[in-house]
Write a protein that binds this ligand. Structure first.
Ligand code: ADP
Ligand code: MG
Length: 443
């Protein structure tokens, strides 16, 4: 199968036949470059609708089959036969849960493989889904390492309730989103609205609560929300990367709430569990993988299930597109390639890109003479990170960040150091960015 066919096939699987035929029947991929797909649709109205409703899924599917972060752009031919592009905007207005739920809908109990490492967590999740708020498991606290299935499991609860418990209102939020919603509502003086969304529910599913670290006022808000829900017999489910007792930077009283229900761990998948997961994923993708290949992959990946998925995806593409045989040698080739390309080499330009993305400004703006608050801040953070992560002289940093002298760089660096001391939220943001860069890049 060609990459394009795979793309549309997967899209059809995600959207369902009807929606697919309504919007994508005439769709074509007209350009396919490294990190960019351009799709032609039949009219500008279709483009608009698809952009508002499906862009996130398109991006996901494209990224999934290429194994890279791909942006999809929509286009249509105007009356002169020339292509016009729709301006790409923020895909999902993240206050609109409905749209999210499309992306989330693929994480269900049906495609969650149960094995020893997650059996207890899975059965607790099932009980909670069947009788939310009524079991002794309140709150249910699920913890475990990276990529072991916490998000998948908590979203399975969400999807189960949406499907089988019509009158029960479940809300899933990442802790990032919760923090964002809360701070935004404070800034906009719209706390009432925030309360309306978060208190008017029967089940709260909050993912990755370790990220509340240092966010004092958000924790305060969660504490009150928790009490309000709990007293009314509502269900609360939380996930984190460690057990409650080991959470750092979280208020004691919140921790003791986290402690008061059932705490379950998702451990690490062993070889058999990884093979079971591989088998299931291969089945979902309609490929038959020989046992020795599955075993090889299971033995040569770590416990992050994303890595297994990534390997499978690459295997799939290589076999389908490059007509390679589906055997151990191909698997070996792919794994060694993946291991080599896992991390990007860290350069000053890359830091600029990370910062621009995080602060939602353009790279050119960081380099420009503009001095409004957000841009200056992004510029200073870039200087700070370059100094911290790369062994390059101040003059060079000044040069790279828009021909500035070294005194400006020192000023920028110190400015950030001060701000990190005094502002928790800012520290959290910079720490997350640092973590992400270190995780994805090598020096
Ligand atoms: P976490 O939130 O613990 O970091 P995720 O839930 O995001 O991990 O899981 C990472 C990937 O592995 C997801 O694509 C998820 O669908 C898949 N995955 C995790 N656990 C399972 C499982 N038990 N069965 C099938 N797929 C799984
Ligand atoms: Mg997760």
């Amino acid at each position: 199968m060609k990459k394009r066919d795979i793309f549309f096939q997967k899209l059809k699987n995600s959207l369902g036949e009807d929606s697919f035929n309504t919007w994508f029947k005439e769709a074509k991929i007209i350009r396919e470059r490294d990190e960019e797909f351009v799709i032609e649709l039949d009219s500008i109205e279709t483009c608009e609708w698809v952009e508002n409703n499906y862009l996130e899924i398109l991006n996901e599917v494209a990224s999934e089959i290429t194994g890279k972060k791909v942006n999809v752009y929509l286009s249509t031919k105007n009356s002169n036969g020339q292509y016009t592009f729709l301006k790409k905007e923020m895909i999902i207005d993240d206050t609109q849960e409905e749209k999210f739920s499309l992306v989330y809908s693929r994480y269900t109990f049906d495609n969650f493989v149960v094995a020893d490492f997650n059996r207890v967590a899975h059965s607790a999740a099932i009980s909670v889904s069947k009788s939310p708020g009524k079991s002794l498991y309140n709150p249910l606290f699920i913890f475990g390492g990276n990529g072991v299935g916490k998000t998948h499991l908590i979203l399975s609860i969400y999807n189960y309730i949406r499907k089988h418990k019509k009158g029960v209102k479940a809300l899933y939020a990442t802790t990032e989103k919760f923090k964002r919603d809360y701070t935004l509502s404070l800034r906009k003086n719209a706390l009432d609205e925030f309360h309306k969304v978060y208190r008017n529910i029967d089940v709260l599913l909050l993912d990755d609560v370790q990220l509340l670290k240092g966010w004092e006022s958000t924790q305060e808000e969660l504490f009150h929300l928790y009490n309000s829900l709990f007293m009314r017999g509502k269900q609360i489910v939380l996930t984190a990367d460690c057990p409650p007792a080991m959470l750092s930077g979280i208020q004691q009283r919140l921790m003791s709430r986290f402690h008061s229900g059932l705490i379950v761990e998702i451990g690490e998948p062993n070889i058999e569990a990884k093979i079971a997961i591989l088998r299931k994923k291969a089945e979902e993708n309609n490929i038959a993988i020989p046992f020795d290949v599955m075993e090889y992959i299971a033995m040569n990946t770590n416990t992050d299930i994303r890595e297994i998925e990534n390997c499978l995806r690459n295997l799939y593409i290589n076999v389908c597109l490059n007509n390679k045989p589906l055997n151990i040698n191909t698997a070996r080739e792919i794994l060694s390639y993946l291991q080599k390309t896992k991390k990007k080499r860290l350069t000053p330009e890359l830091i600029l890109e990370y910062v621009a993305f995080e602060f939602d400004v353009k790279k050119e703006e960081i380099l420009s003479k503009k001095r409004n608050k957000e841009i200056s801040l992004a510029r200073y953070v870039a200087m700070y990170l370059m100094r911290k992560l790369l062994d390059i002289p101040l003059t060079k940093i000044g040069h790279i960040t828009g021909n500035r002298n070294h005194a400006t760089v020192i000023h920028g660096y110190n400015n950030i150091v001060e701000k990190l001391k005094n502002n928790y939220e800012f520290r959290d943001r910079v720490e997350n960015l640092l973590y992400k860069i270190k995780n994805e890049c090598v020096n």
